[in-house]
Write a protein of this length. Structure first.
Length: 98
């Protein structure tokens, strides 16, 4: 996170790469990206960690979902899934039991 935003490295279907900045609030679908990084509605965007470049697709559940781990102020972990399809507003949160 940088200044309360989540930063991802992304790759489009035509292999353009760039950075996407998302608001961490569930249900807020606004994002910021470079002007030359355009997404077609329904296009699957590959999301990666901007540091280690690990792909963040929901491998076990659904390749069209991005899977990230949210750690709250009480150190509880939750998986947050969101759609990797441009223009699709799907989000799920599941609590991990420790």
């Amino acid at each position: 996170m940088i200044q309360e935003n989540i930063i991802f490295k992304v790759r489009t279907k035509d292999h353009k790469m760039g950075i996407v900045i998302l608001n961490p609030k569930l249900g807020n679908y606004k994002y910021t990206s470079p002007p030359d990084l355009n997404f077609e509605k329904g296009e699957r965007i590959e999301f990666m960690c901007p540091i280690c470049c690990e792909y963040l697709s929901g491998k076990e559940s659904n390749k069209d979902l991005v899977d990230i781990i949210l750690v709250d102020e009480f150190k509880h972990e939750s998986h947050v899934f969101f759609s990797s399809l441009a223009g699709e507003h799907t989000i799920l949160k599941t609590e991990a039991r420790v």
